[in-house]
Write a protein that binds this ligand. Structure first.
Ligand code: GTP
Ligand code: MG
Length: 537
């Protein structure tokens, strides 16, 4: 077993964080540049790459590369200075919000991206609310400064008024769009001047001068310089110093300005991040029916599965469970208890993850994310532990709002169809129901957003070689039916409602409207039509 001081030192080096925002603000681009500055990759791949250019590391799925959007969250582990970074790139699109939500549960802090031209967008608000509820420390990166954007002060004002978080600009831009020349670091009072490099693929040259350096006037026009100096005077005059405690409580966010695509400001963000972001902290778990915090440096290992992904590596075509280590030290070959199944599992095949690349891992510490080969032993939300029996809170499923039936076109491929659908359901990419009582009927897929359906069809075809036909169904509401088995199977339902079950034979009813639910309630007084998921944050 690892010595206590060694464990404390290892945990203290961990920085586990998610990058979040509304779609297209530049999360994957920033991820790529963080990897570049972290020395984890040599050349940054372009998002929405032109032909032959390398694609972004974290958008590894064929469909992501085709469409230039992130569909699934990605884990990238790399060392930076004294720290070990566990970076989680998340998809911004709300249809994939459940995956982003689960990934945020594994993070200790987050970097929120804001498009300088657009400000606080709807999906950013939703993700912010999740961070706020969990009091996750939040960094803000205002991106795309190379393009004409909104005024810095105006953006800060919006962050404060719309999100209700205090802001503290760590650096400040000089000019914007075509006149953007760099950023001024308010702590060191240095000006970092950046130059564009071809496609932003190499390290940006950085030169420093004094803030009052008259050379500044040679670099930018008089108007931009005057505005910059006025704004700095205003910020300095406003006074309050950066409050690290408020930041750690999730109440104040340090703000950075930059342009991920051209590398502006990325290194400054990374350096401040390593210094300010907190290492893993205690997490609440249930121990013998009692809720209590489990410190990350507790000597016994524990963690939970927050994500499952099949077919990440076309050479292996296996399923990987993503485990967030919450306490202690993980060792390969260790035997742990899966608290859901009550079974002991030996963790023989564990890997360090770098997007879809993997490497055998022998040890990992609280804060790390480890990939476990998953031949069906793990499900999302499972707690694994050694010694002390702890259970981390279950991960709720989002309530689906869209439904469709799915047909396998080539009946010969029925085995692959069943397997593909089961594995994608296990990932939480989709939920699958079947009509009660009719074994041979087509499966009914349920999702929060339409894009999930498209992804499932495309992945069934590319990963399982199964062609399918999908027909949308008119249902919009799902309710869990509670009551006696016989009363459920003989329930009188409105003609446009349908009784279905999930893979564990739990009965649900699909309705087209709330009004239809009232009818069902009236006709079946012995049954309860409960919300799909009770108690989601
Ligand atoms: N001009 C400019 N464009 C940028 C910058 N950063 C990213 N982009 C572009 O914005 C688009 C979206 O970038 P992504 O990094 O894929 O955005 P994302 O936030 O990961 O998007 P989703 O994962 O789909 O939510 C791409 O075309 C990028 O090249 C920037 O600093 N300046
Ligand atoms: Mg992305």
């Amino acid at each position: 077993m690892i010595r206590e001081d060694a464990l404390v030192a290892e945990v203290g080096r961990r920085r586990t964080f998610a990058i979040i925002s509304h779609p297209d603000a530049g999360k994957t681009t920033l991820t790529e540049k963080l990897l570049l500055y972290g020395g984890a990759i040599q050349t940054a791949g372009q998002v929405a790459a032109r032909r032959r250019a390398r694609s972004a590391t974290s958008d590894w799925m064929a469909l992501e590369r085709e469409r230039g959007i992130s569909i699934t969250s990605t884990v990238l582990q790399f060392p930076y200075r004294h720290a070990v970074m566990n970076l989680l790139d998340t998809p911004g699109h709300e249809d994939f919000g459940e995956d982003t939500y689960r990934t945020l549960l594994a993070a200790d802090s987050a970097v929120m991206l804001i498009d300088a031209a657009k400000g606080v967008e709807p999906q950013t608000k939703k993700l912010f609310a999740i961070c706020r509820a969990r009091r996750i420390p939040l960094f803000t990166f205002i991106n795309k400064l190379d393009r004409p954007g909104r005024d810095g002060l105006d953006l800060l004002d919006e962050l404060e008024s719309v999100l209700g978080i205090a802001t503290y600009p760590m650096n400040w831009p000089i000019g914007s769009g075509p006149t953007f020349r760099g950023v001024y670091d308010r702590r060191t009072r240095e000006v970092h001047l950046f130059e564009r490099t071809v496609h932003g693929a190499k390290r940006a040259p950085v030169r420093m001068t004094d803030a009052d350096d008259p050379a500044l006037s040679d670099l930018t026009d008089a108007d931009s310089l005057a505005q910059f100096r006025d704004e700095i005077a205003l910020l300095d005059g406003a006074g309050a110093p950066f409050d690290r405690e408020a930041f750690l409580r999730g109440e104040a966010s340090p703000v950075f300005f930059g342009s991920a695509v051209t590398n502006f400001g990325v290194e400054l963000l990374l350096d401040a991040f390593v210094e300010l972001a907190s290492p893993p902290t205690s997490r609440i778990a249930t121990v013998a029916q009692e809720r209590r915090p489990i410190p990350p440096t507790s000597p016994t290992f524990s963690g939970f599965v927050f994500k499952i992904q099949a077919n990440m590596d076309p050479r292996h075509r296996d399923r990987v469970a993503f485990l967030r280590v919450c306490s202690g030290c993980f060792e390969r070959d260790m035997t742990v208890m899966n608290m859901r199944t009550g079974r002991e599992v030996r963790l023989t095949r564990a890997m360090k993850l770098f997007a879809n690349e993997r490497e055998v891992v022998d040890t990992a510490f609280a804060g790390d994310v480890v990939g476990l080969a998953n031949p069906g032993s793990f499900a999302i939300g499972d707690t694994l532990c050694e010694g002390l029996r702890v259970v981390y809170d279950p991960i709720p499923s989002f309530t689906p709002e869209r439904f469709a039936s799915l047909r396998n076109i080539e009946t010969t491929a029925y085995k692959a169809f069943g397997k593909g659908l089961a594995q994608l359901e296990e990932e939480g990419a989709i939920q699958v129901f079947s009509s009660l009582g009719s074994l041979r009927s087509e499966p009914i897929l349920a999702a929060v957003g339409h894009l999930q359906f498209e992804v499932v069809r495309a992945r069934l075809e590319s990963e399982y070689n199964v062609k399918t036909l999908m027909s949308p169904l008119p249902y919009t509401v799902i309710r869990r039916v509670q009551g006696q088995h016989d009363a459920i199977t003989t329930a009188t339902l409105p003609t446009n409602a349908r009784l279905v079950t999930d893979a564990r034979a739990v009965p649900y009813v699909l309705f087209e409207s709330e009004w239809s639910i009232s009818l069902a309630e009236e006709w079946n007084p012995l049954l309860r039509f409960a919300p799909f998921e009770e108690g989601i944050v």
